[in-house]
Ligand binder design. Structure first.
Ligand code: HEM
Length: 552
């Protein structure tokens, strides 16, 4: 057997080269080899531990049945070993493997160790995606990242930024995301440090002065060059992880809780807390919603009463993202003068309890209670009694980031469905040969493309407008797009679950991304404003601008 050096993503040492005939001899229970994607695996010992059971590794596939029948006829003349009548073992199991497992199974170190060689002169049938690379599946990437298409919005710098972001997501975040999503644990300080090192946390807050003096993603983009398309790319790349709880656990609380501080806090307060938060050493959450009031911020019941140089705060907050581990809370309170926002530090009288939600507790969703908590008057954000404008000032940005992540998550689902419907064989034909399945794919693709194109158009406007103009001219459009995108997401999730069947119901295995999205797509329809409220807001904003001098 000749030695062969294979430069591969999974192993790089000198590996042995075999013929298929040689592999066929290893077809017994304790001497069990299979070929998957031109690699030869020795499963002799692993068969006992195989999560799918030992018997399936020994069972006949249809192809091997035929092959064995021929063997059987020959055996009438020359008897084979009795066991070899029912082997998958000793065969090329590529097709059956990919119909039952995701590629990532083969990439786990404990399984790459099972490789004993490669089949001579045989090309890989499946090319695993290299971390950081683009997908070649149609509609798996937005048009601007698809070969041979152009875009009026993105520059070479955006393209470079996208490449680096995807690399970061694939190599630094992906493993952590899977682990935290499954175990419900909070993001590790080690990964947070890496995010802070690249200033990813600061970039999540959008373009602005807070980026000045910072080195962004290893100097890929200069702080004053960073625009809303860079931020869009960042959000969309992160959302490709397909782990909804972890996406929020990656400090979404900061994205919505910190802007009121640096837009409305005193210079001393900002100097004290903003750097440590943007560097991932301390954590902040936005605490507005209550069991008593959600979108209706005027109905909040948490109170703040003045006492000397302090507010004394009493009340409760519910559904607070990152609340279980937050050091600071940006809180809406009722005062004598009206709604007022203030920064409350985790101190005596502040308690947080995890709330069990439909997504992973890695997001740190909390119920927060304030019991006679003294808050320095200097922690007031904006003017006393004008809390509504402080809260509203960040809503458009929050909603826009939700749209970006929701659209990107949908695209991942489209990619999953394109792959699955092409590889899944039912009654001898791929699923995609069914018109009803193609109709679902058509709906999904149309929806995600509509969201992407509308979103890019709004993002372009944001790049050319002041904050005030965004509030005046884009609030309604952002609201309408958010409800459209989240509804599209929920419909896509439903269609994808129908396509994947039972696989869409288990959080691990082939349909794990579909299961996660199907379970959590409703979050985008509620967080940052429910669909009905936003649709109404969008129309009300439009009606406000109806000229009085028009008639049919
Ligand atoms: C290198 C070889 C293999 C490895 C490392 C492996 C590993 C695994 C793992 C980790 C699972 C759990 C589910 C998942 O994480 O996707 C699984 C399930 C399964 N495996 Fe394998 N497997 C191998 C080969 C095969 C082959 C050749 C067959 C062919 C019959 C097979 C049949 C199954 C079945 C039927 C299940 C259960 C699937 C389900 O629950 O939907 N496996 N395998």
């Amino acid at each position: 057997m000749a030695g062969l050096t294979i430069p591969s993503a999974t192993f790089s040492s000198t590996v042995k080269s075999f013929t298929l005939d040689e592999v066929t001899k290893h077809n017994k229970e304790n001497d069990l080899w299979v070929v998957i994607n031109s690699n030869v695996y020795d499963l002799s010992r692993f068969a006992q531990l195989h999560p799918g059971g030992k018997s399936v590794l020994l069972n006949q596939s249809i192809v091997t049945s035929f092959y064995r029948c021929v063997q059987y006829l020959i055996s009438l003349v020359l008897p084979p070993e009795p066991q070899s009548l029912r082997f998958t073992a000793g065969q090329d199991a590529t097709t059956v493997f990919y119909s039952l497992h995701r590629q990532e199974v083969l990439e786990r170190p404990q399984y790459t160790r099972l490789i004993v060689g490669k089949i001579q002169d045989v090309e890989e049938q499946v090319t695993p995606r290299i971390p950081g690379s683009l997908s070649s599946v149609p509609y798996a990437e937005p048009t601007w990242l698809s070969k041979e298409f152009t875009s009026p919005y993105y520059t070479d710098n955006h393209r470079l930024f996208q490449r680096k972001m995807r690399e970061f997501v694939d190599t630094v975040l992906r493993e952590e995301a899977l682990k935290c999503e499954e175990k419900g644990t909070r993001i590790s300080q080690e990964v947070l440090d890496k995010m802070a090192e690249t200033n990813l946390l600061a970039m999540r807050l959008g373009p602005g002065l807070h980026l000045h003096g910072r080195i962004l993603l290893g100097s890929v983009v200069k702080p004053d060059q960073f625009d809303y398309f860079h931020e869009l790319i960042l959000d969309m790349e992160q959302a490709r992880l397909g782990t909804r709880g972890f996406i929020d656990g990656m400090l979404s609380g900061m994205v919505i809780g910190l802007p009121p501080v640096f837009n409305h806090g005193s210079p001393e307060l900002k100097a004290r807390i903003v750097p440590e938060i943007m560097e991932g050493r301390k954590f902040i959450a936005l605490a507005i919603t209550e069991a008593f009031a959600g979108s209706d911020v005027n109905g909040l019941q948490t109170t703040a009463v003045r006492n000397g140089d302090f507010w004394i705060v009493n009340g409760t907050k519910k559904w607070i993202t990152n609340g279980t581990f937050a050091d600071y809370f940006t809180v809406g309170c009722q005062t004598e003068e009206g709604l007022t926002v203030m920064l409350i530090e985790r101190t005596e009288g502040v308690e947080t309890r995890p709330i069990k939600t439909a997504y992973s507790s890695t997001a740190g969703t909390a119920y927060v209670t304030f019991d006679n908590v003294p808050v320095p008057l200097g922690n007031t954000l904006g003017k006393v009694g004008q809390g509504l404008s402080v809260i509203l000032s960040n809503f458009n940005h929050e909603r826009w980031t939700i749209i970006a992540m929701c659209t990107s998550a949908q695209r991942v689902i489209v990619e999953e469905c394109m792959k699955w419907t092409s590889q899944r064989i039912v009654a001898g034909k791929p699923l995609s040969s069914q018109p009803v399945v193609r109709a679902k794919l058509g709906d999904m693709i149309s929806k995600v493309e509509a969201c992407q194109n509308w979103l890019e158009s709004i993002t372009d406007q944001m790049n050319h407008m002041s904050h005030r103009d965004v509030a005046d001219k884009l609030a309604g459009r952002i609201a309408l797009l958010k409800q459209f995108a989240s509804k599209a997401g929920r419909e896509i999730a439903e269609d994808a679950a129908q396509i994947f069947g039972g696989r869409a119901l288990t959080p691990s295995g082939m349909g794990r991304l579909i299961e996660n999205y199907h379970r959590t797509s409703g979050y985008d329809a509620i967080l940052g404003g429910t669909e009905d409220v936003l649709k109404d807001l969008g129309v009300r904003q439009a009606l406000k601008k109806m000229p009085s001098n028009v008639r049919l």
